[in-house]
Design a protein around this ligand. Sequence first.
Ligand code: GAR
Length: 201
Amino acid sequence: MKRVAVLISGRGSNLQSLIDAADGHYQIILVLSNKADAGGLERARAAGIATQVIPHAGPLGEKKCREDFDAELDAALRATNPDIVVLAGFMRILSDGFVRGWEGRLINIHPSLLPAYKGTRVHERVIAAGENLSGASVHFVVPELDAGPVIAQASVPVHPSDSPQALADRVLAVEHTLYPEALKLLADGSVRLEKGLAVFG
Ligand code: GAR
């Protein structure tokens, strides 16, 4: 059974779906947040999972540089030594050094059909572009933002009357089945990162 650490910044609904779906393929051993008030921390505690907060401001409110924050994150992870690190609504860009240190064992979920609509304000941009299809992607994390090889995707329709929130809710609903399935593929060894590609089987 693979040991998994989950990194969050917010409400943690994807974390909840990963907790609910854990059934022998993987075990969540640690939930780490960069925000002390992330709702997902409460979900982790309720499930009896260890939590840790690493704020990106120091004790006097001074911002840590990205490398210092990532070094702290890396040390906290190495201390529990997970097999897989899962980003679930973790809203920080990770430095190249951190990403390379976990390459092949670090995955993310993004609320678009990658490679389309990388970055932020995805649903607003999808609607503004008049798309009729959107969705979610689980991908290996590589240093370039939202550019890693895709492991799994799920699509949803975009309706002409959609608000960004309505579309976000529809996408989120499919994220909740997609992410556990993709994590199980990685935990089972059914997919791996090889020479920059997601290789199955
Ligand atoms: C999810 O929609 C996830 O795809 C998105 O943040 C939300 C987190 O929700 N992630 C990104 O946009 C990453 N670039 P959650 O905290 O309820 O899981």
